[in-house]
Design a protein around this ligand. Structure first.
Ligand code: ANZ
Ligand code: ZN
Length: 768
């Protein structure tokens, strides 16, 4: 086996010493920002799934660098948040101390993989130098009316007595104890992302992103076009709201609306209390509905429940008929108006409900949408499913939200000069179970003076969502050393937006939507001026599975890259991962496949012993291969690019003497995949400059690449070899090429050539 371990150590050191992956951020003339999603540090260190993503992204970056661009490829850690905190809880260590350990381990691993990172620009979200600006941005949104407070039900596990993040709720159950998750009302901070719903949707048409991610975002934003229609409530007294307004996407079915349903939380339910004859039953139902999660309530096929508001009637504005009003939990208070007109003849959920409670089902003639809306004085309305972004977390391991509550002055922002609000080191960082952060029991933290009146006040003790940390990190990378601003506008103009972003499809709606939202806010508030979409191109990589199954800790089939780097080398690991399938489709890791790649690289290594024939241009068969590899890398089809490189290697091995230019071209094209071995061989060819700073081989578009054919070599009429050559090639040239082929030479050497038969653009037959 070739001495990969020695080579990899040598070049890791040299590259970092010569800073070959660190563009001069200020002076770079052809900036290319190649970004991969930064990882959250987990228990076991880097997972081979991360390795897969990073390698794919790194290959692209190297490819662009070889096209003469100043590639900036930074890395960092998304270290705040529930993942890290839960792990700290599990092993009984403090997250602050743990962060330092994982950081070191992660960076060591990342370096061992041969990724061309700019190590000077790294960042960690738990570093006060970083989260100072996360807090600053919170305040920036607050000052622009985009951060606000409201009461909202949050996920609550009655057994663990704690608030859960959405990610901790699995199929409606607590991820830790499998107890059914309920709801608890808490006051929380929100970002007004809904204000940007239409723009977030519209801009999708303009950006070059993986289609499946766009589809996911479109669905998540969930635009519905319909109408708001009012139904009068019969016989109401004047101090009671006199109508029920509904949002419907099917006004054309209005004639078939035979009853109405209010969400249990709808304000009208209590307002109508005096008129509801069965208030006892209604109020009991309302209470029971409150602690069910929304997912559970709208689950398809769930048995419908509900209670009629006896004594209350509404009037269908189209038929003028009196219809009953019910409460049921299948109507959500958070969507539309929190009330519906039920049309059991056309809507499945309504039909189920009507059948169960024996309500009339009327198949009415459908009417024109526009006409009916006009006739009943309704108005057209666009409704989005997107909700405002809940920022508060009642946890410890995050950036404290920089707000202070004063009885006299209400909520006050922390003054900029007092940032960062440092997360204090506290022994007991365990979630309290009281719906508040552990910081709420740390007096020295929360007892503060009001920034406005200087009176006694209380600091916000919730921390912000980790997704806020990761929604803007790519802005910080370009100015990590600057302590006076989140990023330098001059650098933003040069480097942003990100040119190529690669990451997992699981982030399609949260991270990728939040990053887009913040960027739009930055544009509107003039923190940036020339763009409003953060990632010009985004590609989702596929999922890596192992031996046919999804990798998971419980199955014990998680592949850890370290072992493989040690045993086979980083180049083999990288190439093996990329050979598994199209990068955007993922692949199935099997240990048994690795030796094939090792053999390939050993053969590459052996080429250095072969005699080289000096040449100033590539052989005629090569341009087509250059074209193929170039196009495949551009399209992230790394697997087929590697197949082509394997074909080239076969051809080189078959040459009696290798054209030196072919060999160099081959190394150049292999370099992004196997950066270590190619660098070593390049140096051994006598070059002083790194292969990774060399230019990518050219092929002439549309000429030589297309006009080639496969020339067959025969000896005494028997096929002994073949190669791609230029169309129109002459006999003498064809003969020369044939006589370079190792197998032809083997059959010809020592014998007298009696005749040469040449069929133009087809074959050459040497008769001996
Ligand atoms: C009458 C009707 C007839 C409806 C029909 C649908 C089909 P999307 O597409 O998701 O926007 N709806 C409105 N508000 C609701 C709420 N808060 N909770 C539960 N359901 C609600 O869905 C819009 C439709 O969902 C609306 O149009 C309404 O039912 C229901 F054949 O009105 B429809
Ligand atoms: Zn005050």
């Amino acid at each position: 086996m070739y001495p990969f371990s020695k080579i990899e150590k040598k070049w890791t050191r040299k590259w970092s010493k010569n800073r070959i992956y660190q563009p001069d951020l200020k002076k770079a003339e052809r900036p290319f920002y190649n970004l991969m999603m930064f990882p959250y540090p987990s228990a076991e260190g880097l997972h081979v799934g991360n390795t897969y993503a990073f390698t794919g992204s790194d290959i692209y970056g190297r490819f662009m660098r070889m096209h003469g661009l100043d590639v900036f490829q930074p890395i960092g850690l998304d270290g705040f948040g529930i993942h890290s905190e839960n792990y700290a809880l599990k092993i009984g260590q403090h997250p602050m101390r743990l962060a330092k350990v994982t950081e070191k381990n992660f960076y060591r691993q990342l370096q061992s993989l041969g990724n061309g990172f700019d190590w000077e620009s790294h960042l960690e979200t738990y570093d006060p130098d970083y989260y100072k600006w996360t807090q600053w941005l919170f305040l920036w949104l607050y000052k622009h009316g985009l951060a606000y407070r409201k009461k909202q039900p949050v996920n609550w596990c009655p057994s663990c007595k704690t608030v859960l993040a959405d990610e901790q709720v699995v199929n409606g159950e607590c991820e830790r104890c499998s107890t059914k998750v309920t709801k608890k009302e808490l006051e929380q901070w929100f970002f007004r992302i809904t204000k940007y719903a239409e723009r977030l949707l519209k801009n999708l048409e303009k950006i070059d992103w993986s289609e499946r991610i766009k589809v996911a975002q479109r669905n998540w934003i969930g635009k519905s076009e319909g109408a708001l229609i009012r139904f009068n409530v019969k016989g109401q007294n004047s101090n009671v709201k006199s109508y029920i307004e509904v949002f419907t996407t099917r006004p054309d079915t209005l004639l078939g609306a035979t009853y109405m349903v209010l969400a249990p939380e709808h304000e009208l339910v209590t307002k109508l209390k005096s008129r509801i004859k069965n208030w006892g039953a209604v109020s009991k139902y309302v209470t029971s509905a409150k602690d069910k999660s929304e997912d559970e309530r709208i689950k398809e096929g769930r048995v419908k429940t509900g209670v009629e508001l006896k004594g209350v009637k509404a009037i269908n504005p189209a038929t003028r008929k009196e219809i009953p009003v019910w409460v049921s939990d299948y109507v959500l208070v958070s969507y539309g108006t929190g009330a519906i007109m039920a049309v059991p003849a056309y809507d499945d959920r309504d039909k189920e409900f009507a059948k169960k409670f024996k309500l009339p089902i009327v198949k009415s003639p459908l009417v024109s949408k526009d006409e009916i809306v006009k006739k009943v004085h309704g108005k057209k309305h666009v409704q989005y499913h997107l909700r405002d972004w809940l920022i508060s977390r009642q946890r410890y391991w995050g950036p404290p939200i920089p707000m202070i509550y004063c009885d006299k002055c209400n909520w006050q922002p922390v003054r900029e000069k007092d940032l960062p609000v440092k997360l204090p080191y506290i022994k007991n960082f365990r979630p309290t179970g009281k719906g508040e952060s552990p910081l709420a029991s740390v007096k020295s933290f929360y007892e503060v003076r009001c920034p406005k009146c200087k009176g006694k006040a209380r600091r916000e003790t919730d921390v912000s969502d980790t997704f806020l940390d990761s929604a803007w990190y790519f802005f910080r990378y370009i100015s990590t050393q600057d302590k006076t601003c989140p990023w330098q506008p001059k650098m933003a103009r040069k480097w942003l937006p990100v040119d190529m972003y690669i990451g997992g499809a699981e982030h399609s709606v949260l991270h990728l939507l939040y990053a887009r939202f913040l960027t739009m806010v930055f544009k509107d508030t003039r923190l940036i001026s020339h763009f409003e979409e953060p990632f010009t191109t985004f590609r989702a990589h596929g999922l890596l599975i192992s031996e046919g199954a999804k990798m998971s800790k419980s199955k014990g089939n998680v592949v850890v890259p370290d072992l493989y780097v040690k045993k086979f080398g980083a180049d083999t690991l990288r190439m093996y991962l990329m050979f598994l399938g199209p990068f955007q489709d993922g692949g199935d890791w099997r240990d048994s496949g690795i030796p094939g790649i090792t053999r390939f690289l050993n053969r590459v290594w052996a080429l250095q012993k072969r005699e080289l024939r000096k040449s100033k241009s590539v052989s005629p068969w090569l341009p087509a291969s250059i074209k193929k590899v170039t196009e495949d890398i551009s399209g992230l089809r790394y697997n087929t690019a590697i197949s082509e490189l394997m074909i080239i290697l076969n051809r080189l091995e078959n040459e009696a003497q290798i054209n030196s230019y072919d060999f160099k071209t081959f190394l150049l094209m292999l370099a992004p995949f196997a950066p270590f071995i190619t660098e070593e061989l390049w140096e051994r060819l006598g070059y002083k400059k790194s292969i990774h700073l060399e230019r990518w081989p050219e092929y002439k578009r549309g000429t030589s690449a297309e006009k080639t054919f496969e020339l067959l070599f025969q000896v005494n009429g028997k096929l002994r070899g073949k190669t791609m050559v230029r169309t129109g090639i002459k006999e003498s040239e064809a003969k020369e090429i044939a006589l370079r082929d190792a197998r032809v030479v083997a059959h010809v050497s020592g014998k007298r050539v009696r005749r040469v038969i040449f069929v133009p653009n087809r074959l050459i037959n040497i008769v001996v």
